[in-house]
Design a protein around this ligand. Structure first.
Ligand SMILES: Nc1ncnc2c1ncn2[C@@H]1O[C@H](COP(=O)(O)OP(=O)(O)OP(=O)(O)O)[C@@H](O)[C@H]1O
Length: 587
């Protein structure tokens, strides 16, 4: 069955531990069931007037030995399974993490961080609980039942009396079969709702600064309240069946005890069994009640875990849409021209194409500038160059190799991509810059920071390059973050550098310094610069203007100015802005 794979893999490795634990549970219960028997014998001796003081001491010591034996074996059995349960958590979380790292951007666009966290936390824990705590309770109750029945037979209690007292308890599995599916389905709904709640919470914590600046706390609270309400409704649905189940189990225990008392009492009066046997019988039934009642909880846990396991297996069976070809080749990008032929691309079957009929060649060593209105497809084109989304076959080539035939590591290792909102990790600035190669010496890290015009800012920080960034790099301003991320791209020193609006958050003067630095360092190496400001791309060997997913203009800065159109329009607006600014500066 599909939903058993994750566990099957786990049990294939750990089954000896489970077998050992099961035998310890059996041993512990075999010892434990002597307790009623010894008490029964004690009662018979008492009734016959044969009890002496030394005998009382002997019986007490015997009961003590039984207690200690039971506890030791039971403890060992539980420890083993709890131990492997924790191991399961560790192994599965590692496997999930590996799986997540293999998934493509499309997967992350469709699954929020909160949902993924919920898999990581709630689902893994639910499964772990059932294979550790759940196993222990089930094994303990089953072994106790078997051992108790065996001991009652050995102790001479008639079969029909045993059957009458124990049979009500055996109705428990029947209820499980009857109510189990309902519990499982409702648990699945609860788990999914919990996933949505984690997702919402993650988003709200992430956006708390925006919420506060807009004084929108109340709106957000209401929105979160609705999510919580939905969970409550689903949890209540679950609670209704599971409490019905949990209440039925002890009720069956009570019926079993009444049967033992009534029928056993009658047989004792009739002299068919001794008083000792009667005492032992009632103790056995009482002894079985708690573990069997616990099974009620366990079954709930197991049903919940099955729902979680299904979610986990379903997740693990999803494959990335970006798959490396079996015969994928490593390609040296240094002397490779980038050729884009008749590229049309849409994110989904029903969405509008984000790019249409793109024809473009970037010769090795050239600098390409891309400009265009927001949403015109600039970033999409870069995603396709990096193959974070798959372009149609034959539309993007590096040298002669189709991008889809290139080994992913070779492709992405050969391109340094600097996005607009470079994510910084909660570690030192040095680690953030030398992200691609942690062993990079401090000198190179400093040089990259200088090129990105962030060195002076870092030098002022308390621990300079060893300063740890707070969550998401919040100790830096937007522009500083962007430049740190730029330094990360520069230090990679890759054959192709892509700056995707990477200097948008810095002032015009700093931008000029950065661009000059990049032009000097990247001389003779392929560089693509996407920008909204013409000043960032005017020196490029070729500039293309994207509009609505189509290349509407191409040429050098001078050629494009002559052509008129959007480029000249943007230039005029930006120049006018600049002259206003400098006039204001002079006045
Ligand atoms: N993951 C996605 N799924 C679906 N549509 C997307 C996705 N990413 C971008 N789009 C759409 O594709 C179009 C082009 O977006 P793209 O990010 O390439 O624009 P851009 O030119 O880089 O814009 P900007 O200058 O604002 O960064 C937009 O209409 C956008 O809504």
């Amino acid at each position: 069955m599909k939903s058993q794979r994750l566990l099957a893999d786990f049990f294939r490795k750990t089954w000896p531990i489970y077998v050992l634990s099961l035998s310890l549970h059996l041993t512990s219960n075999l010892i434990n069931v002597y307790f009623p028997r010894v008490l029964g014998q004690f009662t018979d001796k008492l009734q016959a007037g044969e009890l002496t003081r030394p005998l009382v001491v002997d019986y007490s010591l015997l009961l003590l030995a039984i207690g200690i034996g039971t506890v030791l074996f039971n403890g060992g059995a539980m420890y083993l399974v709890m131990y492997v349960g924790r191991k399961f958590e560790f192994v599965v979380r590692g496997r999930l993490f590996r799986h997540f790292t293999q998934m493509s951007e499309r997967f992350y666009a469709g699954n929020g961080v909160g949902k993924l966290l919920s898999y990581f936390m709630n689902d893994v824990t639910a499964v772990r609980e059932s294979i550790s705590m759940g196993f222990n309770s089930t094994a303990n109750a089953t072994m106790l039942l078997l051992a108790a029945v065996a001991m009652m037979i050995v102790g001479g209690i008639p079969y029909y009396l045993i059957a009458a007292s124990v049979l009500p308890l055996l109705l428990i599995p029947a209820i499980v079969v009857y109510l189990g599916p309902a519990i499982r389905n409702r648990s699945l709904e609860v788990q999914e709702a919990l996933g949505t709640m984690t997702e919402t919470a993650e988003e709200q914590f992430g956006g708390v600064r925006v919420t506060k600046k807009f004084a929108a706390e109340e709106v957000m609270e209401q929105r979160f309240g609705r999510t919580v309400d939905r969970i409550r409704a689903k949890q209540l649905r679950l609670v209704r069946v599971s409490s019905c189940f949990q209440a039925l189990v002890p009720f069956l225990g009570t019926i079993a005890l009444i049967a033992a008392l009534a029928f056993g009492g009658y047989l004792t009066i009739a002299g068919t069994i001794t008083l000792g046997s009667f005492v032992a019988l009632t103790l056995y039934v009482r002894m079985l009640m708690n573990p069997l009642q616990q099974i009620g909880n366990v079954i709930n846990t197991i049903q919940r875990a099955r729902a979680s396991l299904e979610r986990l297996n379903e997740l693990l069976s999803q494959r990335s849409d970006i798959v490396e070809a079996d015969d994928a080749q490593a390609v040296e990008l240094t002397n490779a021209a980038i050729r884009i032929d008749n590229l049309t691309f849409a994110y989904g079957p029903s969405s509008h194409p984000a790019l249409r009929n793109i024809h473009l060649t970037v010769r090795p060593g050239q600098t390409l500038g891309i400009i265009g209105r927001t949403g015109s497809g600039k970033t999409t084109l870069m995603k396709l160059l990096l193959r974070t989304y798959d372009p149609p076959p034959g539309t993007i080539r590096y040298g002669d190799a189709d991008v889809r035939a290139i080994a992913l590591e070779s492709l992405r290792g050969g391109i340094a991509y600097v996005p607009q909102d470079g994510f910084l990790f909660s570690t030192t600035i040095r680690d953030n810059i030398a992200f691609y190669r942690r062993e990079e010496p401090l000198d190179s890290v400093e040089a990259a920071a200088r090129s990105a015009q962030i060195y002076d800012n870092i030098a002022e920080l308390p621990d300079r390059f060893e300063t740890r960034l707070g969550e998401r790099g919040l100790t830096l301003s937007g522009g500083q973050r962007q430049r740190t991320s730029l330094a990360r791209g520069i230090i990679k020193n890759a054959p192709i550098l892509i700056l995707d609006d990477s200097v948008s958050a810095v002032d015009a003067v700093t931008e000029q310094h950065i661009i000059e630095e990049i032009r000097r360092e990247r001389k003779g190496r392929t560089t693509i610069i996407i920008a909204h400001r013409i000043s960032a791309i005017r020196h490029a060997d070729m500039i293309v203007v994207l509009d609505g997913g189509v290349i509407t203009q191409r040429g050098t800065h001078a050629e494009l100015l002559k052509q008129g159109g959007l480029y000249a329009e943007l230039y005029a607006i930006q120049e006018e802005g600049n002259s206003h600014a400098s006039a204001a500066g002079h006045s």
